[in-house]
Design a protein around this ligand. Structure first.
Ligand code: G6P
Length: 229
């Protein structure tokens, strides 16, 4: 593994907004729900929902709309939103994979790494199947396997366990600020994806996978980030 630090053995990817642009379908469905309830919220506000569980997302949206719901109503409306979301993602295709992500996954595999998915979404496996990415993952941790939402590191720890490595042997790829914090709390190396202003704690921030080589990215990790645990 020339040029690749020996201690890195696994890569753990979040899904929504990291590998596939499903965040916009979450936004469309949540906004439709808010509109039915008589209010609206912006795409910028929606950024705050990245990585949150379904129920935590609904509770935040209700706060924005200054609305109260009983637990039974929350369950009902989160189901309604999920049905809309599932319908939208049923049309996903391999072409919906974010630019460069497929090539990057191949390079990670060629470098001899194990690959895991860590997502809070109960539809994560469905997204991987429709985009034909499922076979790239040695383990899939999704909303069915986790009980604690980020910033708790549970999903990443389960993913590391599933591929047989310790957190310090894995890199987590995350687009959500809370997800970055979760990775750090679990003792992982963390690559933030997106705007560095929103992901100040990540060990390294990249705009996306387009034109990025895996060995090249590893070379950009600071010595400190690779030896921090
Ligand atoms: C991911 C997404 C969130 C979503 C959550 C639960 O973390 O970033 O926006 O709310 O999964 O997804 P689900 O499809 O189970 O409602």
């Amino acid at each position: 593994m020339t040029g690749i630090p020996e201690r890195i053995k696994g890569c753990i990817f979040n899904l929504d907004g990291v590998i596939v642009d499903t965040a916009r379908y979450h936004y469309i469905s949540w906004r439709r729900l808010a509109n039915q309830l008589g209010f609206d919220f912006s795409e910028e506000q929606h950024q705050q929902l990245r990585g949150l569980s379904r129920m935590a997302s609904l509770e935040k949206i209700l706060e924005w709309g200054d609305m109260y719901m009983t637990e039974a109503e929350k369950l009902h409306w989160s189901d309604v939103k999920n049905n809309w979301y599932v319908e939208l993602i049923s049309n996903l295709k391999p072409g919906d994979v974010l630019p460069g992500a497929l090539l990057f996954l191949r390079q990670v595999r060629e470098a001899g790494m194990k690959i895991a998915l860590a997502s809070a979404s109960r539809s994560a496996r469905q997204v991987l199947i429709t985009t034909k990415l499922e076979t790239y993952f040695d383990a899939i941790i999704d909303g069915h396997s986790t009980r604690k939402a980020i910033p708790d590191p549970e999903c990443f720890i389960l993913a590391a366990l599933a591929i047989g490595f310790q957190p310090y042997e894995c890199i987590v790829f995350e687009d959500a600020a809370l997800g970055v914090l979760a990775g750090l709390a679990g003792g992982f190396h963390v690559v933030g994806i997106g705007n560095p202003d929103y992901l100040p704690k990540a060990h390294l921030v990249i705009p996306g996978f387009e034109n990025l080589s895996f060995p090249g990215m590893l070379a950009n990790f600071s010595e400190a980030s690779l030896t921090h645990s």
